[in-house]
Design a protein around this ligand. Structure first.
Ligand code: AMP
Length: 561
C-alpha cells in the first residue's frame, strides 16, 4: 500500500518541474511505484480527476463546502478563510495556511501528533467516493465531515493536494499527453497503443492498469464496450467546397445540423446517452431514451448523432435552448414539453457485438440505415455521394435555408477515428472562423452590474502540459440576462478573488469571434484578439477541445498572407 504522503511528495516535485520530458519521467516513476489497485486512482488523481469523466460519479464539492470544512477544521471564520483565498490565490495554499493557524487545543495536522497515522492513497480515494455517494438531505453535513476527517488526518504536505483534489484542480501541469507518454514509459509499451486504448475506452486509469498487467497485447485487445463512451470523431474546417473535393475526390455530404452532439449506447432495453464531453446525460433526455428504444432495432449498438430542438416552423432553436435540456437535473419533464428534441443519427460504431469502426463510412452507413426503424423523433437524414460541386452547393444552400449550420463533407472510405480531428470529416459553415477558448478569470462589474461577473479572461490550451495560456478578455456580445446566467454558471468555479478580479477554475469554453489576431506581450500565449465578441457558451465541449496555441499561430500566419 502506498501512502498518500508519497504521492504528494512526487506531485510537489512535478509541480516544480518545467520540462514536459522530465515531468513524464516523474509521472512514469509514480506509476511504476504504486500497486495495480492504486494505479487507476493515481492516474486520475495526477490529472485532477477523482473518477473518470465518463462515469456519472463526481465529487460534487464546490469551493463553498471546502471553505466551510476548512473553517470547521481550523476554527477560523469563513470570512477569515476567504481572506486567505484572496491573499494566496490558491485553494491548496489557503488550506495549508488556514490549518497552520490552528490553535493548540484543536486536533488537526497529524504531523503535530506523536505518531501520525499515515493516510493511504486508497483511504483518500474511498473518502472521496463516500463524499460522491452522499446525496439528499444531510449530504452537505456528511461531505463536510469526510473532508474534515481528511484534513485532520493529513500532514502539512498532504492537505494542499487534498483540497485541490476536492475541487478537481491539481495544478501540477499534467495533462493527457504526459499521462499517455508516462504509461508507455512505465510499462514499456508503444505510445500509439496507449493512445488507441484511451480513444476506445476513454479511461486512462483502465489503460494504465491494462498496460501494467498485460502489456501491449492486452492494450491492443481493448475494444468498444456498450456503456462506456468512446472519444468522438471530430471535423476540420474546409475553406470551401472545391478544396474539399480536391482533397477527397468523391465525398459523402450531409447537413451539418444545428444542435448538440449525442453518443447513444443501447443494450437490450437499456439506453445510455453521453454528451460531447462524454458526460452521462441519460437522465436529462427521457424523450430521446424512449425514442431510441423503439427506433433502434438492433439489440446492442453504439451510435453517433446530433440532438436538435425544433420550433413550430420546423427550424432549429438556438443552441443555448438545447443546452438547457442537456444540463437539466430537476423538473426534466417540464423541459421535455417546452423544448422537444429530435435526434439525427449520422454514424454507427458498434452493432450486435461487433465493432464497426474499422469499416468505411459508406458501409457503416448501410448498417445505420438498416438498424433504424420508422420514428417521429429519430431520423437518418439524406447523404449525398458525389464529386459534383454544384450538387453539393445546392445541398449547402438547402441546409442554410432550413436554419442549419452548413454541411459536413466526409470521406466515404474512411474509418471512424475516435478522438481524431482529421481530413476525413470536413465542415463548411458560412460564418467567419471563431476560436473556442477557456474562461480562466473574470471581473465583477460596476454600476448596475456590480453583482454580475463580466469581462471574461480567456486562454488557449497546451495539450502536452494541460496548461492554459491567456489570450485576452471578452466583454462584448453579452446581454444583461446572459450576464446573470453566466455569473451563476461560474460562481461554483471561483478559485480566488482579489479586488474586483476573480480567478476561475478552467471548466467552460467560450466560442469567440474577433477581427484579428495580434502579437502581444501582455498575455501568456504571446497573442491577443482584436475586438473579441462572445458568440456562444460552449459548455458542451471539454477543456481538451479548446483551441491550441498552435491553431492561434496558424491563424495568425494565414491572416498575414
Ligand atoms: P464543430 O462543433 O464546429 O466542431 O462541428 C462539428 C460538430 O457538428 C459535430 O461535433 C456534431 O456535433 C455536429 N454535426 C452536425 N451534423 C453533423 C453530421 N452530419 N456529421 C457529423 N457531425 C455533425
Amino acid at each position: 500500500m502506498t501512502s498518500f504522503r508519497e504521492f504528494c511528495r512526487i506531485c510537489k516535485i512535478i509541480e516544480e518541474t518545467a520540462g514536459s520530458l522530465d515531468m513524464t519521467g516523474l509521472v512514469s516513476e509514480l506509476f511504476s511505484l504504486v500497486t495495480s489497485e492504486e494505479l487507476p486512482i493515481v492516474t486520475h488523481f495526477v490529472m485532477g480527476e477523482v473518477f473518470p469523466a465518463w462515469t456519472d460519479k463526481e465529487v460534487g464539492l464546490g469551493t463553498g463546502i471546502l471553505i466551510n470544512a476548512l473553517s470547521r477544521s481550523s476554527g477560523l471564520s469563513i470570512k477569515e478563510i476567504e481572506d486567505i483565498v484572496r491573499e494566496t490565490g490558491d485553494i491548496g495554499k489557503t488550506t495549508v495556511k488556514a490549518l497552520g493557524k490552528v490553535s493548540k487545543g484543536q486536533v488537526t495536522f497529524s504531523s503535530f501528533l506523536d505518531s501520525p497515522a499515515e493516510l493511504s492513497i486508497m483511504e483518500v480515494f474511498e473518502r472521496f467516493r463516500d463524499i460522491a455517494h452522499a446525496t439528499g438531505k444531510g449530504s452537505q453535513t456528511s461531505k463536510i465531515k469526510h473532508l474534515q476527517y481528511l484534513f485532520n488526518s493529513a500532514s502539512v504536505e498532504e492537505v494542499s493536494y487534498i483540497a485541490r483534489l476536492a475541487i478537481e484542480d491539481m495544478r501540477i501541469g499534467v495533462g493527457e499527453g504526459i499521462v499517455r507518454d508516462a504509461i508507455a514509459k512505465a510499462f514499456n509499451v508503444p505510445v500509439a497503443s496507449v493512445e488507441r486504448g484511451y480513444m476506445l475506452t476513454n479511461d486512462m486509469g483502465l489503460v494504465a492498469v491494462t498496460a501494467k498487467e498485460g502489456g501491449n497485447e492486452a492494450l491492443l485487445n481493448l475494444g468498444l464496450q456498450v456503456g462506456r463512451p468512446i472519444k468522438l470523431m471530430l471535423a476540420q474546417v474546409t475553406p470551401d467546397i472545391e478544396t474539399a473535393i480536391r482533397e477527397l475526390g468523391v465525398v459523402a455530404a450531409e447537413w451539418k445540423f444545428d444542435g448538440a452532439r449525442v453518443q447513444i449506447h443501447k443494450k437490450g432495453d437499456t439506453v445510455t446517452l453521453y454528451s460531447r464531453r462524454l458526460e452521462n446525460i441519460t437522465g436529462s433526455l427521457p424523450d430521446i431514451v424512449s425514442a431510441v428504444k423503439t427506433a433502434v432495432k438492433a439489440d446492442s449498438a453504439i451510435l453517433d448523432g446530433e440532438a436538435v430542438a425544433i420550433d413550430e416552423d420546423g427550424r432549429p432553436k438556438p443552441f443555448q435552448e438545447i443546452l438547457k435540456r442537456f444540463r437539466r437535473k430537476y423538473d426534466v419533464q417540464n423541459k421535455v414539453r417546452h423544448i422537444p428534441l429530435t435526434l439525427n443519427l449520422f454514424d454507427i460504431m458498434y452493432l450486435n457485438g461487433d465493432s464497426l469502426i474499422e469499416l468505411p463510412l459508406q458501409k457503416r452507413r448501410e448498417f445505420l440505415v438498416s438498424s433504424i426503424g420508422d420514428s417521429d423523433l429519430v431520423h437518418v437524414d439524406n447523404q449525398l455521394i458525389t464529386s459534383d460541386i454544384s450538387q453539393i452547393n445546392c445541398m449547402y444552400e438547402q441546409a442554410l435555408q432550413a436554419g442549419h449550420e452548413g454541411i459536413m463533407i466526409k470521406n466515404p472510405g474512411s474509418p471512424y477515428s475516435p478522438g481524431k480531428r482529421g481530413k476525413n470529416w470536413l465542415k463548411k459553415k458560412p460564418v467567419m472562423e471563431t476560436l473556442d477558448l477557456v474562461v480562466i478569470g473574470a471581473e465583477w462589474g460596476y454600476g448596475r452590474r456590480t453583482s454580475f461577473l463580466g469581462s471574461f479572461a480567456l486562454a488557449c490550451h497546451d495539450p502536452e502540459t494541460g496548461r492554459f495560456l491567456s489570450v485576452g478578455k471578452v466583454a462584448t456580445g453579452i446581454s444583461d440576462e446572459q450576464l446573470a446566467e453566466l455569473t451563476e454558471l461560474f460562481r461554483e468555479h471561483i478559485i480566488s478573488e482579489s479586488g474586483t478580479s476573480v480567478e476561475i477554475r478552467p471548466h467552460i469554453l467560450f466560442e469567440v469571434a474577433f477581427e484579428e489576431i495580434q502579437k502581444s506581450t501582455n498575455y501568456g500565449s504571446g497573442y491577443a484578439l482584436r475586438f473579441p465578441r462572445l458568440v456562444r457558451v460552449r459548455d458542451d465541449k471539454s477543456l481538451e477541445e479548446a483551441d491550441t496555441l498552435e491553431r492561434l499561430e496558424d491563424m495568425y500566419r494565414t491572416q498575414r498572407k
